[in-house]
Design a protein around this ligand. Structure first.
Ligand code: SF4
Length: 431
């Protein structure tokens, strides 16, 4: 197969830069492997290595510094048939270190070519994650205080099944790249080279020195026996195929006559553990059972069993464009934490509005009609206050009716939970 080099944009680097050799070696690899241009994606990020995707007539993706592996992961998962090759410099590798670790743990069939020239070349020769401690860099003494990363040892420790180290100045570069691309799984090739524009202006680094250092280092020989395991996309596809098909969304048929016209806003103010959000959902479902539109917005803490829990439900006989609360018609004040969180809501309540308020909750001043409820006396647990309040609303034909509420419960709950919810509704309206 012919070269896949983009003739309208031939590679241009500083004279003697190893990157240019890597471009041609990669091209040879792709040709030797017979990979068609439309079956290859080259993914890069920022830096001189980030120019690679523009030099080839393949699919290409170029993104934020250090993030190339994340884009490559998305591409490969969406299209497992693609050969995805990622180029990153040692600068981007350090910046996106967590993505590198994730890729090692995951073992998706990607090839990462690390164009390792021991500095941020494009931005002027600052030290990177692999700059030797004794090197001179444009960023001053910083690298003298840090230990450089050994890419191969790092990725091996993180679970990569393939890690090889090679010189970009050696003759066998194309074969090294081919071995990495042919490997089924995440393959990292740490290609050492010279940045003639920056690094070797201040530091002596010859091809022989690179070869000698590589030969003296442990690891970096390719496949890592202890990290071999099934490739991620294949495992993902198998696990997904074994899952039960997803349930279709619940269809709520309009079986009841609506009780209201226009737009109505209900706020449930309670505490975590009071099933406020579930009650909001039940109210919305009950309204939808009469062909009404409904929206629900919730606010709750990250904590469990502590902190305010709020649910805002809007019910309307027309499309709801704006889902923010303007002037609630009804507030269910079920716990002090919820009321304290939304004290301002009470200031604008119009005279016709209603507050159903638990006996142990103190309310701010407001113009609404207030109905106090002693849930304890009615034998209703704090966790059932929200549902009991809906039952009281329904019994007085506010927003929804009792049959609408019961139908929503039947759709939302089953078995013991449904039986217990029905009991709560009965108890709430008994006296
Ligand atoms: S700055 Fe360094 S890495 Fe960039 S093109 Fe020049 S030699 Fe190559």
């Amino acid at each position: 197969m012919d070269s896949l080099i983009n003739r309208s944009r031939p590679p241009v680097f500083c004279p003697g830069c190893t990157h240019e050799r890597v471009v041609h070696a990669l091209d040879q690899t792709l040709s030797r492997m017979g990979l068609a241009a439309n079956r290859v994606a080259i993914v890069s990020d920022i830096g001189c290595s980030g120019l690679f995707d523009t030099f080839f007539n393949t699919h290409a993706m170029h993104g934020l510094h250090g993030r190339a592996l994340t884009y490559a992961t998305g591409l490969k998962m969406a299209n497992p048939g693609l050969t995805v090759i990622v180029t990153m410099g040692d600068g981007g590798l350090g910046i996106g270190g967590a993505h590198l670790l994730a890729a090692c743990r995951r073992n998706l069939d990607l090839t990462l070519l690390v164009l390792n020239n021991f500095n941020f070349g494009m931005t002027g020769g600052q030290s990177s994650a692999t700059t030797p401690s004794d090197a001179l860099a444009a960023s001053g003494f910083l690298n003298r205080l840090e230990k450089p990363l050994d890419v191969c040892r790092l990725v091996a420790a993180a679970g990569a099944p393939y890690a090889a180290r090679c010189s970009g100045l050696d003759k066998g570069l194309a074969q090294e790249i081919e071995r990495a691309v042919a490997f089924e799984g995440f393959a990292v090739l740490d290609i050492w080279g010279v940045c003639t524009g920056r690094y070797t202006k201040r530091n002596r680094l010859t091809p022989a020195m690179i070869r000698e250092t590589i030969d003296s280092m442990p690891g970096g020989g390719g496949a890592i026996r202890e990290n071999q395991r099934p490739e991620y996309a294949a495992g993902y596809a198998a696990a997904r195929a074994a899952l039960a098909p997803p349930q279709p969304p619940v269809e709520i048929k309009a079986r009841f006559k609506p009780l209201v016209r226009g737009r109505h806003e209900v706020v449930l103010m309670g505490a975590a553990g009071q099933r406020i959000i579930t009650a909001g959902e039940i109210l919305a479902m009950a309204a939808m059972g009469a062909g009404l539109q409904a929206t629900q917005k919730n606010e709750y803490n990250i904590t469990v069993l502590r902190g305010p829990s709020i649910s805002e439900v809007i019910v309307a006989d027309a499309k709801i464009g704006y889902t923010g609360m303007e002037t609630p018609d009804i507030i269910l004040a079920l716990a002090q934490e919820g009321v304290d969180r939304r004290r301002r809501s009470f200031a604008n309540l119009p005279p016709g509005s209603l507050v159903l308020c638990a006996a142990d909750v103190a309310l701010p001043d407001c113009r609404a009609q207030i109905r106090r409820i002693d849930f304890k006396k009615r034998g209703i647990r704090p966790a059932d206050r929200a549902l009991a309040s809906l039952a009281m609303l329904a019994a007085s034909q506010r927003i929804v009716s009792t049959p609408m509420l019961m139908a929503a419960l039947k759709q939302r709950f089953h078995g013991q939970v449904l039986a217990s919810a029905r009991k709560t509704v009965q108890r709430a309206v008994e006296r």
